[in-house]
Every structure is written in structure tokens, then in C-alpha cells.
Design a protein around this ligand. Structure first.
Ligand code: NAI
Length: 337
């Protein structure tokens, strides 16, 4: 069996070649993002392996179906970018990696929070220029602060554990949990209660129609002045224009994000020789209290080994049995919506 691996980066080659070879799966790496225009590269393959910013719209899926592709193997947990109805209609199965290292993402979340709070990126630049002035670098103790964790699944709960270790009071908002004390030591509350009590908000829920622009003008009005917002989940959870408004009015104290709603045309590429075309993103970068990383929260050795290994077992399981424990069905969408 042969798999066409789209959006391939140099760092993918070693991890995926090792895992696929041990499962006797052939692999060819394509740098191109999967889209209706590039889907033709999958001709002669049995499956495609896709990442978070590949285009898995109906148009792409129709081309893949015409080429006889039977499986879309996502090397991500999130699957909001796949038109599952179109895949089901064309009898193409979709599988994902539901868990690889919740620690990778949770630890990056804390790195972003600490980075923006203690202004590590500003200190780094100052010190390299021989400027040891502390003005503008003041932060606050995390100990004793109230942090709202929105979405207490695998990543959210690891984040909760780390924050409790810092001595934070942790509030959880998750429709799957009953309000009240949580066994972790956190408290489960409604989303509105979490918004109004938190000094820091950290987003860990999936992007679905129900969570799109969860942070918008209306919900920002319910947050405390000076709130810090951290998002390592999906860019679409935040209405970026509303957040820019909140930063300009100084209602938002700081923003730290690993994901951006229009990241598809930006992230995972070296654009340093090009003019920034996205004015909204460009505006974000002008704030001294905004820290952005380019969707790297997952990127640890442990996570890459787990992602490649699970993707290889998903493909093997599907082609041997016609089913896969990690398949993404339309039922999963409605459960998560
Ligand atoms: P998970 O499925 O274990 O947990 C998601 C939780 O969100 C569930 O407990 C669910 O009940 C809850 N939820 C659903 N709707 C909600 C709402 N409206 N409000 C609050 N909670 C809600 O998912 P996991 O593994 O913890 O991943 C979370 C998200 O992190 C993924 O959906 C993905 O988008 C993102 N992610 C980002 C990565 C990165 O590199 N930046 C890497 C991996 C995942």
C-alpha cells in the first residue's frame, strides 16, 4: 500500500519513514499543501496523509475519490478542516491521531503564558543588544491567580494539573462536566462564570460551529480588565478583530497564541522574504503584549514519534480490516458540536 504525504516538511521525513517502513507501508513526500489543484499528485496511491492546514473541502475530496483514494489519514487530532459529509458520500474513510502528547501542547501553553507574562521575548532581544534596563518587563506571580481552562479534555486536563502546581485557582468550563468541585482540585463552572472570574483564559476546546468565535466582542465584555488570553487550540475560536479591539482599548492585558484563524496561508512556511499580505495578522504583531508562535505546540520528539506511529497503525488497521478505532465519523462531529 502507498501513501501520499502532503504538506511534508524536512522534519517529517525521518519520523514517518521509520514508522511506515516498520508497517510495510510505502510513502512519498510532497511539499505541496493538499488542495483541489494539488490533489492529482495522489494518483496511483491508496491513501493520503494530511495535516492541519491542508484543504480537505468537497472539491479536493471529489478529486481524491476520482483517483480511487480510500483513506484520508490525518496526522492531527483536530479534524475541523475536513468536509466529513463529502468524504462519507464518496466512501472515503477519515482517521486521525486523537492523542499523541497532551503534554507537548499543555507545556507549550504554559511556555506562552510565562513568556507573555514575564516578557521573555522582549528581555531576550534587549539583553542581546546590551540593554539591561528592566522598564516595561514587569510581570506578575502566577501563584494565587485564577485561570479559566475552556475545554477540559486530554490537553486541558494536563494544563489544569500544571496550573494547580503553580498554585493557581483553576476554573473549568466544559459542557461535558457537571458544575461543582472537580476531582483534580479545580472548579467546574459555566462559561460565563469562568469568563467573569478569570485573570487568565486558556482555550483547549475543539473548533466546531458551536465554538467558532467563542472569544468575540460579546464574550470579551464579560471578562476582567487586564485578562490574558492564551490559545493553543484552533485559531477560529477567537474573533481576531474583536481581540485587536480589546488590545487597543487595553481591556486585554496580553494575548499569546499558537494558532490563528487565517493561519493556512502563513504558518509552516518561511515568508521572511515576502511582504505580509494579512493586515489583521500584521496588526497583531505590532502589539508589545502579543506573543505568537506558528502552530508548534505539538512539536516535540515524543509527539512526532507518537503521531507517525499512530498514523501508520491507523493505515494498517484500515486496509486490513476495513475499519479503524481512530476513524472520524459524522457522529463524532455531532458529539463534539
Ligand atoms: P479532547 O477531545 O480530549 O478535549 C476537548 C474538550 O473540549 C472535551 O472535553 C469537550 O467536552 C470540550 N468542549 C467541547 N465543546 C466545548 C465548549 N463549547 N466549551 C468548553 N469545552 C468544550 O481534545 P484535546 O486532545 O484536549 O485537544 C483540544 C484541542 O487542541 C483540539 O481540538 C485541537 O484543536 C487542539 N490541538 C492543538 C495543537 C497544536 O499544536 N496547537 C495540537 C493538538 C491539538
Amino acid at each position: 500500500m502507498k501513501v501520499a504525504h502532503f504538506s511534508a516538511k524536512k522534519y517529517d521525513h525521518g519520523f514517518f519513514t521509520n514508522a511506515f517502513t516498520s508497517h510495510d507501508i510505502g510513502i512519498e513526500f510532497f511539499e505541496a499543501r493538499l488542495s483541489p489543484k494539488t490533489a492529482g499528485l495522489a494518483s496511483g496511491f491508496d491513501a493520503v496523509c494530511a495535516f492541519v492546514n491542508d484543504d480537505l473541502s468537497k472539491e479536493t475530496i471529489d478529486v481524491l475519490a476520482d483517483l480511487g483514494i480510500k483513506l484520508i489519514a490525518l496526522r492531527s487530532a483536530g479534524f475541523n478542516h475536513v468536509n466529513l459529509a463529502a468524504a462519507a458520500k464518496k466512501n472515503i474513510a477519515v482517521v486521525r491521531v486523537p492523542e499523541y502528547s497532551p503534554h507537548a501542547v499543555a507545556e507549550h501553553t504554559i511556555a506562552l503564558l510565562m513568556g507573555v507574562n514575564r516578557k521573555i521575548y522582549r528581555a531576550y532581544n534587549r539583553v542581546r543588544e546590551g540593554n539591561f534596563e528592566l522598564d516595561g518587563l514587569i510581570g506578575f506571580d502566577l501563584n494565587g491567580k485564577t485561570v479559566g481552562v475552556v475545554g477540559a479534555g486530554k490537553i486541558g486536563m494536563v494544563t489544569v494539573g500544571i496550573l494547580l502546581g503553580f498554585g493557581c485557582e483553576v476554573l473549568i468550563s466544559d459542557p461535558a462536566l457537571e458544575p461543582g468541585p472537580h476531582k483534580s482540585g479545580a472548579k467546574v463552572m459555566t462559561f460565563d462564570e469562568v469568563l467573569s472570574h478569570s485573570d487568565i483564559l486558556s482555550l483547549h476546546c475543539p473548533l466546531t460551529p458551536a465554538t467558532h468565535h467563542l472569544i468575540c466582542e460579546e464574550t470579551l465584555c464579560k471578562t476582567k480588565k487586564g485578562v490574558i488570553i492564551v490559545n493553543t487550540s484552533r485559531g477560529g475560536l477567537i474573533d481576531t478583530n474583536a481581540v485587536i479591539g480589546g488590545l487597543k482599548s487595553e481591556h486585554i492585558g496580553a494575548l499569546a497564541i499558537d494558532v490563528y484563524e487565517e493561519e493556512g496561508d502563513l504558518f509552516f512556511s518561511d515568508l521572511s522574504n515576502f511582504v505580509m499580505k494579512d493586515d489583521v495578522f500584521a496588526r497583531l504583531l505590532t502589539f508589545p503584549n502579543v506573543l505568537v508562535t506558528g502552530h508548534q505546540a505539538f512539536f516535540t520528539r515524543e509527539a512526532m514519534i507518537a503521531i507517525a506511529g499512530t498514523t501508520a497503525s491507523n493505515i494498517t488497521q484500515f486496509f486490513k480490516t476495513g475499519a479503524c478505532e481512530n476513524s472520524v465519523g459524522l457522529n463524532l462531529v455531532s458529539e463534539k458540536a
